[in-house]
Design a protein around this ligand. Structure first.
Ligand code: SOE
Length: 393
């Protein structure tokens, strides 16, 4: 019989909403579900926020005390949707309590903080996942399938960008995402790590990086309340300003362990770009192009295509592509952000049901942190910087 697993979700904001929707919808898409997620307790920083999240996201209970919740015997899964500075403490305590853990990205504020998290989940023998959801876009999974099958030959060059504009307005509030002590870094950790994860997924480990990491907006208006307000939604030109101590943008060249080269750009200050994750991958036998703003589509060109039909063509993902068995029956009916989270939830619960670690797990999250650290260092020194080996810290 399909097991029901009780989830304690820590954080009832934007990511909490995405995860709660995925818990509700996953069995509707992937049936029979590997296990049924039950929305048991949602935790937020105050009782009021927690009660609000409970009512909105369909949990049985609300709490403002995550420490008391995650050790409960009736909790099987701990879902960390809280800001980066509390990921480690929650994950380590949840692992010690024997809970399976899904943690929002980035795993931590750097590799030094991520390593004990990895050690804790490995010691406890629990299932763990980092929520790098974009590799779950069917078109991205299809790109990986083509690469694994050798359809574009050996990868020569990877170009990855993640461009947004929600922080381009200098009067946008000083959310925790602009504070090093909470976020660890700026665009690098927040969205650059998504590109790092995609690069690792599609090409392989990154060995060495260069980086330019400017901070364009040096101070921002202090935000009312502790909640995370993206962009100018809470624009306050009258309030006191405080320093931004993280990068606004990273532009980097990459060298992969397998000899491929590449580039990575991430910024939240690119007016007109919304969630522009683009990947262009050139191989010896063809090329692949993906743009998340057109996420049903994968552009492909194979060297042995007929000469009179040379050029990129569009494959619309659908039932014959990765995860197609659970999604919509007609190609291009539409994959959204929610679907990427539903697939993520499916893979996580499948991993729990099978007792086999999913990917990306905490080891992959730690690997991304090592690259993030190298990007920060390269930005500070202006030097090409080697990514530190996994166990060196
Ligand atoms: C803000 O840049 C943000 O919410 C990221 O933190 C998420 O990881 C990304 O998927 C959407 O944008």
């Amino acid at each position: 019989m399909t097991k029901t697993l009780n989830v304690a979700m820590i954080g009832g904001g934007f990511m909490g909403k995405a995860h709660a929707m995925a818990y509700a919808a996953m069995p509707m898409f992937f049936w029979p579900a590997p296990a049924i997620p039950h929305r048991k307790v949602v935790v937020d920083v105050t009782d009021d926020l927690a009660h609000d999240a409970r009512a909105r996201f369909g949990f049985d209970e609300a709490s403002s005390d995550w420490r008391a919740v995650i050790v409960r015997d009736d909790i099987h899964v701990v879902d960390i949707c809280a800001p980066n500075n509390v990921h480690a403490e929650i994950a380590i305590m949840a692992a010690k309590a024997g809970k399976h853990i899904i943690c929002e990205k980035p795993l931590a504020r750097g590799a030094e903080e991520a390593k004990p998290m990895l050690d804790a989940v490995q010691k406890a023998g629990v299932i763990h996942m980092v929520a790098f959801n974009y590799r779950r876009t069917p078109a991205v999974a299809l790109a990986r399938k083509y690469i694994e099958e050798g359809r574009i030959g050996n990868v020569l060059n990877f170009r990855g960008t993640y461009l947004q504009d929600w922080s381009a307005d200098p009067d946008g509030p000083l959310s925790w995402r602009f504070q090093k002590k909470i976020a660890g870094s700026g665009a690098i950790g927040d969205i650059g790590t998504h590109v790092v994860d995609l690069a690792h997924y599609l090409v392989g480990p990154i060995a060495e990086v260069s980086a330019l990491t400017p901070t364009y907006v040096k101070t921002r208006p202090v935000q009312a309340g502790g909640v995370d307000k993206l962009g100018a939604s809470e624009k306050r030109t009258d309030s006191e300003r405080a320093p931004v101590d993280v990068d606004d943008e990273v532009v980097s060249m990459l060298r992969f362990e397998n000899g491929a080269i590449g580039s990575l750009e991430a910024t939240r200050n690119a007016w007109g770009r919304n969630n522009f994750i683009s990947l262009e991958i050139h191989g010896t036998e063809g090329s692949i192009l993906f743009n998340y703003e057109r996420r049903d589509e994968l552009q492909v060109m194979f060297r042995n295509d007929p000469g009179d039909a040379r050029g990129f063509r569009t494959v619309y993902t659908g039932p014959t592509h990765p995860y197609g068995e659970g999604l919509w029956p007609i190609p291009a009916l539409g994959i959204g952000y929610s679907e990427t989270k539903i697939i993520e939830c499916y893979d996580f619960f499948k991993a729990i049901a099978n007792g086999k670690q999913p990917s990306p797990n905490f080891a992959d999250g730690y690997a991304c942190e090592l690259v993030a650290d190298a990007l920060i260092e390269a930005g500070e020194t202006g030097q090409w910087t080697k990514v530190k080996p996994q166990m060196a810290r």
